[in-house]
Design a protein around this ligand. Sequence first.
Ligand code: TEU
Ligand code: CA
Length: 568
Amino acid sequence: MINNKLNDNKKWWKESVVYQIYPRSFYDSNGDGIGDLRGIINKLDYLVHLGVDVLWICPFFTSPNADNGYDISDYRSIAQECGTMEDCDNLLLRAHQKGLKVMMDLVVNHSSDEHSWFVESCSSMTSNKRSYYIWRDGKSNEPPNNWMSFFGGDAWKYDEQSEQYYLHLFTEKQPDLNWENSSVRREVYDMMEYWINKGFDGFRMDMISLISKVPDFPDGPMMPNGYGMPFPYVNNGPRVHEYLQEMHQEVLSKHDLITVGETPGATTDDAKKYASEAGNELNMIFQFEHMQLDKAEPGKPYQRPDLIKLKQIMNKWQTQLHGIAWNSLYWNNHDQPRAVSRFGDDSTRKCREKSAKMLALCLHMMQGTPYIYQGEELGMTNIAFNSIDEVNDVEAVQTYHSGINAGASPEEMMQVLYHRCRDNSRTPMQWDDSKNAGFTSGTPWLKVNSNYTEINAKSQMEDSNSVLNFYRKLICLRKQYPVIVNGDYQELIPEDERLFIYKREYEGEKLYVICNFKDEKVNLTLSNDITKDIKDPIITNMVIPQHGNILSLDSYAATAYIVSTKYD
Ligand code: TEU
Ligand code: CA
């Protein structure tokens, strides 16, 4: 019997794999050292070959680049270094011809201070753009409250002319838009329609959980550095769901789109509101809990993510959202260190390749839409910069200087950045072993990781055992087995500190996933039931010897089995 309810919930974006492109670092088509839209067009066949369904392209709109395009000064034009509107149209056309969907980054918690709205907003207290941004009087020559910006320093900037302060939760070149103003919301919705009409298939919404602030702007909880934390008063604020429901009604509901909201600090309860199956806000969100497991502090040894805690977090999201809301699945993005360097092991070639595949398998077999960040499919790693002069990331530069001011040494701070710097994932894509990894014929805007001679797309295309080909296989499996998309989820041996094992089930199909997260051999004794179930793995990153009930799992072994009881 067909279950209508489940059928209703069948959505293309649940069955898709998304590939995230950081355009500056993907491929440079004209030798100026900066990746561009034509570069993406040039590489579409690579993406088709990989098998992904959707591209998410980070911002390529006109911007002074105080935060690499996350500070937009014109929402309807293309950054000169990225190309032209014609390139954008061509990209959409070609991608669609090849069966790929394209989502854009919607950065509307803030604009650039060079946006004409902000320029007008500053120009006079009576401008009709004044209330497009958040202006407040100071308190006896001090900012309106004690908030620190997310990148360090005051969250308020004083404007001499009007003698008021404006709010910027990120850099001072990123003033927060005032969503309380319905004209601002209208502008955003119209702009979204503009890009949908061009052909975009969805939106990744930057920091969307910050758009509603507690109106009286109270001081935040004090931090050791003397600033207050804005987070409790700006994140998941009082009107955020109202705004998103309005956006849904005005724009999203009129089209068949993929939407994902960036929501730091979101709990599973928040996710059920933002991304409920009922579907009056977003399709899914990016939660951050598993991004907060490691610690890099000056002068202290790096603390790796703890597997037990990682498993607890993943289990929680897998089980609590099942049937109620939809998960996104990711290990890294343009703000995070490289997955293999953080959750895997990049110490030797062998460990890197095994653990990169293990991480991929572990994530891609879960319930949710998987996101691959460019280069992850090659097992690209973090980079060791020689000095702060080589770093571009505005957040890293601020972290570095505040560390130095607090007494840390340059070496200690570079060590912190080695684990944390956002530029770890922003180094140019490694296409081949020619100069600059084949990314550009000019001088790359950011240093290329010197390991490109060993890690690059060309050599991995030719090697059937490569990390790249492992990703291809994982993507194929998703299309083949409905249990991967729809199955429920149960963790087995949650107390084990080395292994991550889970089981999923859907309409007579059972999926077992077994991953060894450690650099040591583990003999796993299976129950008789499971032993009976598992025969040939559907995918594995190495040969795994089995003697009766015992599986001999070498370091970073990862394997998955599917058993069908449908015809029993
Ligand atoms: O990210 C917000 C955000 O949380 C990161 O800035 C943060 O640095 C990261 O979690 C690691 O510390 C979004 C964008 O993805 C980011 O690139 C932008 O810089 C930021 O918003 C402002 O638009
Ligand atoms: Ca270029």
